[in-house]
Design a protein around this ligand. Structure first.
Ligand code: NAD
Length: 497
């Protein structure tokens, strides 16, 4: 069966409907330039989607504002809000195969990854946050002012939240913002990435089917500098939760200043993985390989800088190289595929330019380094050895399946190794592989990164806060912190006569 056949046979019915914007409970045409959506596995057009211009954003924000200020959402009992979020989780679970196919067609990732990681994560995130709707609270405070006082904090929903999502894990990231926002009692305007809005549109249909009141969730596909920018500028938006590149995140700081809206930023990374000779290499080698090659390296927390002890460097680099060379590259709908395409031709060219710059700077390619001939935006998984701290491939986020490798030896203390791992503007994730608990703890304490793994890669859970330090972001998603980020506190003191 050809991929064209597979797309025809498995094409979800969403692809037969016009893709419109969800504003105030209605599917409406957008006034922006329509978006052309491609299948990155073939390079061919899938469908076009409506897109929002500034006036569409204004309508969506007005609908969300009205649903918050005057509508039922902020006054609904928390248990009722929780029930709707649980129902949405069930609806996503029932639509798991369809959502996974949409994600695979739009992003290229292997179908099993889309279904068993991404849609599954979205379902768990909804259920986890539904539970928070009934458990958010302020607390009483004993204060020492003269007289008799009763003081407490009141935790309330922030208001209208703008949610801006990137293209690499579209459904799971959209839901990681939507679920806590709704649990907290906010209304939302969700802007998916212009390349990958398919699952967001289907999510909108499911939101309507389970009975969310109009205006509580508005979904506006659109361009970043048009729809996204207007959302961030908008004076009636109380909070923006943004996941995307550090460059755009920095720009949003100024744009959001107009009404000093709250801003959460989940940004880029250049995350270190450190392997010591005492590690269980049977686990560390595939762990390090998948940390950079999963989702074709298009992962913010990808372990893109490897520091390996010279005693085991040949074994580790050889092992990762063998894994890279054995990975089956292909369209996500092919069940044998382990590595899908890069999202777009432009992004693949960008990754190839980074590989070129690494070679010019003196790095050595042990495997990969080239595009895969034929249709689609495929690229070989690539390992660059002998890298040096000043190279661009070591300093900048590539967002592709490219691992830079450097070695250290016994002359380097753990403090030296932590310093090398910290030699980056970013601070999103990190990992160390060692059986020495003291060494591991020194790494955990010294590393400047929001997420640390010991003898593991991955390991995300809705109850574990996820966020970056340094230029990887502000704030956290997931956990209590994730839902509290959509609330604010009021201090109340009552004088009792
Ligand atoms: P991007 O910054 O180009 O775009 C992200 C989103 O922002 C898109 O929806 C885009 O339309 C929108 N946008 C662009 N310009 C805007 C503007 N001026 N105003 C408002 N919105 C605007 O990022 P991308 O290329 O889609 O995604 C890749 C980046 O996302 C990488 O840097 C990656 O590390 C990061 N990312 C971070 C996390 C995390 O949790 N830290 C997770 C996934 C991806």
């Amino acid at each position: 069966m050809t991929i064209a056949d597979a797309v025809r046979i498995t094409a979800p019915t969403l692809l037969n409907r016009p893709l419109r914007l969800l504003i105030d409970g209605e599917w409406v045409e957008g006034r922006g330039q329509p978006l052309t959506l491609l299948n990155p596995s073939t390079g061919r057009q899938l469908i076009t989607s409506a897109s929002a211009d500034e006036s569409d954003v204004d309508r969506a924000v007005a609908a969300a504002r009205n649903a918050f200020d005057n509508g039922p959402w902020s006054r609904m009992a928390p248990a009722e809000r929780a029930l709707l979020i649980y129902r949405l989780a069930d609806a996503l679970e029932d639509a798991k195969d369809e959502l996974a196919r949409l994600e695979t067609l739009n992003c290229g990732k292997p179908l099993a990854v889309a279904r068993d990681f991404e849609v599954t994560a979205a379902v768990s995130t909804l259920r986890y946050n539904a539970g928070w709707a009934t458990k958010l609270n302020g607390e009483t405070r004993d204060i020492s002012l003269p007289g008799d006082w009763q003081a407490f904090t009141l935790r309330q929903a922030l208001g209208v939240a703008g949610l801006i999502v990137p293209w690499n894990v579209p459904l799971a990231i959209a839901v990681s913002k939507l679920a806590p926002a709704l649990a907290a009692g906010c209304t939302v305007v969700l802007k998916p990435a212009e390349l990958t809005p398919l699952t967001a549109v289907r999510l909108g249909e499911l939101i309507q089917e389970v009975g969310f009141p109009p205006g509580v969730v508005n979904i506006i596909q659109g361009l970043g500098h048009v729809a996204g920018q207007r959302l961030v500028d908008h004076p009636d938006v109380d909070k923006v939760s943004f996941t995307g590149s550090t460059a755009v995140g920095k720009r949003l700081l100024c744009s959001s200043a107009g009404n000093l809206k709250r801003l959460s930023l989940e940004l880029g990374g250049k995350s270190p993985v450190v392997i010591y000779p005492d590690a269980d290499l049977d686990k560390a080698i595939p762990g390090a390989a998948m940390s950079i090659f999963a989702n074709t390296g298009q992962v913010c927390a990808a372990g893109s800088r490897l520091y390996v002890h010279s005693d085991v460097a040949d074994e580790v680099i050889g092992g990762i190289t063998r894994i890279a060379e054995s990975m089956r590259i292909g369209p996500g709908l092919d069940p044998a595929t382990q590595l899908g395409p890069i999202i777009s031709e432009a992004q693949r060219d960008r990754v190839l330019q980074y590989i070129e710059s690494g070679i010019e700077d003196g790095a050595e390619v042990t495997t990969g380094g080239a595009a895969v001939e034929g249709p689609g935006f495929f690229l070989q998984p690539t390992v660059l050895c002998n890298t040096a701290p000043k190279m661009r491939v070591v300093r900048e986020e590539i967002f592709g399946p490219v691992l830079s490798v450097a070695t250290f030896d016994d002359a380097d203390s753990i403090t030296d190794t932590v310093a090398r791992a910290n030699d980056t503007d970013y601070g999103l994730s990190s990992a160390i592989w060692t059986r020495d608990i003291s060494r591991a703890m020194k790494f955990v304490r010294g590393i400047k990164a929001g997420n640390v793994r010991v003898n593991a890669s991955g390991g995300m859970d809705p109850n574990m806060p996820f966020g970056g330090s340094k230029q990887s972001g502000w704030g956290h998603e997931n956990g209590r912190e994730g839902v509290e980020a959509f609330t604010e506190l009021k201090s109340v003191a009552i004088k009792i006569d």
